[in-house]
Design a protein around this ligand. Structure first.
Ligand code: HEC
Ligand code: HEC
Ligand code: HEC
Ligand code: HEC
Length: 403
């Protein structure tokens, strides 16, 4: 199969896989702020709204804008919406040059598009077979395992994992057989290998090229909803919290640093496994084994923990509203500028997705006035946008977030 076809196939499979992502009942609690039901539409919008004419994702797409497969680390919904907003003037200018009409979005469309952007980091770059071949020797896998008939016989041949596009199947098998492998390594005085970056993906790329894996390519879709359930069923929660909720024996797993690709997170779990197993023994928790797509589900859950924003701080939001110059043009409850609409009565502050789409849609009108008044383009960094949402929502009691 050519590389190009493989890429296209992976995109299709990836799209299908994403459709399983976006059903988080608890996160749907915030009014109007949910994950879309069919994120494949996010990709479709990306194409139909013209984004793909300038932006490449995984080697496919146009030129004129940065490769969006590489924006990192994954920010929350509002942080990604803020990035879009910050770049809006330059993008609008480029669109003008290219004769592309600047698209507008309904709140639902904005949610789908941003969810798609959020998911781009999940699979990461494709592995490199040449590096994988070198790693297979460097990490001593070759002493115990064969691929394509070449290598040791202490462990089983690894060819069968070449049928998978995602390295998660192999990572899961490594996890499950981890304790036995550790024993074999000790007996042969081979140090237990550790993984960095996309090394597991590189290893898989090598196995896919060199191995006799047979026909059929499977992706092992990951579902965050399933993952959240497994996080409890497999006892992870006894030792780990996610954003403050759960055990404290291991580190909090909702941290930004863990929003990495599947192969990186699988590598991190592998690296920490001996320490975790030891702790499990002392606490009489049995070592978890994973079957089917369970590890993919868990990692998808960890990846998506940061998607929906925590409620913001309305006092900080108040300061941002005046510091960013919004007050020069907008009033709130009658007080403030009159150039733009009174935002306390605006439908745009009903939810984060309404605000994000309204901001994007009105950017060109605002840009014109800002240029006339020689004001700088207000940029949103860090938690700016969620604090602003909290402040704007505090004006309409009915829409104050319940959490
Ligand atoms: C006419 C070309 C063009 C089109 C069409 C376009 N963009 Fe962009 N985009 C750019 C350029 C150029 C930049 C870099 C702007 C800058 O540096 O401020 C950019 C930046 C971005 C960034 C920030 C990337 C980063 O590295 O932080 C995101 C996200 C983005 N675009 C998303 C989109 C989406 C979503 C669409 C479709 C609605 C879109 N773009 C349509 C040209 C375009
Ligand atoms: C010291 C020998 C040794 C080394 C080195 C070693 N393994 Fe293993 N591996 C084994 C043994 C033995 C098993 C089977 C364990 C069992 O029976 O549970 C195994 C099992 C596996 C499995 C599960 C296979 C299956 O069919 O389910 C995978 C995947 C795997 N190893 C990958 C690797 C990779 C990748 C490396 C290099 C980073 C590596 N191993 C290094 C000995 C080793
Ligand atoms: C008995 C307690 C315990 C259980 C159960 C447990 N872990 Fe851990 N985990 C730890 C400890 C302790 C560390 C830190 C290990 C180290 O520093 O090497 C850790 C580290 C990690 C890390 C690396 C975190 C980082 O910040 O680099 C990940 C990821 C992880 N665990 C995932 C899981 C998952 C997923 C499960 C459930 C399948 C799980 N753990 C079950 C104790 C546990
Ligand atoms: C220079 C004047 C100006 C500044 C500064 C300004 N806006 Fe606006 N804003 C406008 C205008 C004019 C409109 C109406 C545009 C239209 O009709 O397309 C608007 C519309 C909006 C809307 C859509 C309201 C609706 O009901 O559809 C939102 C939300 C908004 N602005 C938020 C902000 C925020 C937040 C800031 C500060 C970061 C800000 N604006 C700064 C001029 C401004």
């Amino acid at each position: 199969m050519s590389l190009k076809r493989l890429k296209r196939l992976s995109l299709i499979l990836f799209g299908g896989l994403l459709s399983l992502f976006f059903v988080f009942p608890a996160w749907a609690a915030e009014p109007g702020f949910r994950l879309p039901e069919n994120p494949v539409e996010g990709r479709r919008l990306f194409v139909s709204k013209g984004c793909a004419r300038c932006h490449t994702v995984w080697g496919e797409g146009g030129t004129g804008g940065p490769d969006l497969g590489k924006i990192s680390p994954a920010g929350s919904f509002l942080q990604l919406a803020g990035i879009l907003w910050n770049h809006s003037p330059q993008m609008t200018e480029r669109m003008g040059e290219k004769g592309i009409q600047r698209p507008t979005f309904t709140p639902e469309e904005m949610a789908k598009l941003v969810a798609y952007l959020y998911s781009l980091q999940y699979f990461g770059e494709a592995g490199d077979p040449a590096r994988g071949k070198a790693l297979f020797a460097e990490k001593s896998c070759i002493k115990c395992h064969s691929v394509g008939g070449k290598g040791g016989e202490i462990g089983p041949p690894l060819d069968k994992f070449g049928r998978f596009l995602s390295p998660i199947a192999m990572a899961q098998a490594m996890w499950n057989h981890g304790p036995e492998m550790a024993t074999a390594m000790q007996a042969l005085k081979i140090p237990r290998p550790k993984f960095e970056g996309k090394e597991i993906a590189d290893l898989l790329a090598y196995i896919r090229v060199e191995g006799k894996g047979g026909e059929g390519i499977y992706m092992l879709p990951g579902s965050p909803t399933e993952g959240r359930r497994l996080f409890q069923d497999k006892d992870c929660i006894k030792c780990h919290a996610v954003r403050g909720k759960g055990g404290t024996i291991g580190p909090d797993l909702g941290r930004r640093e863990l929003k990495r690709t599947v192969s990186e997170v699988a590598g991190i779990m592998w690296n920490h496994a001996p320490h975790m197993w030891a702790k499990m023994k002392t606490l009489r928790i049995s070592e978890p084994k994973f079957s089917g797509k369970e590890m993919a589900d868990l990692i998808a859950y960890l990846y998506f923990t940061g998607y929906l924003d925590e409620p913001g701080d309305h006092l900080k939001g108040k300061r941002i509203f005046s510091e960013k110059g919004c007050m020069a043009c907008h009033s709130l409850g009658g007080k403030g500028g009159k150039v733009g609409p009174d935002l306390s009565r605006s439908k745009a502050v009903t939810s984060p997705i309404d605000l994000a789409s309204a901001l994007w849609n009105h950017a060109p009108a605002m840009e014109k006035v800002i240029e006339e008044q020689r004001l700088p383009w207000p940029r949103f960094e860090g938690e700016n946008m969620r604090d602003l949402v909290a402040y704007l929502q505090s004006f309409t009691k009915a829409t104050v977030p319940k959490r």
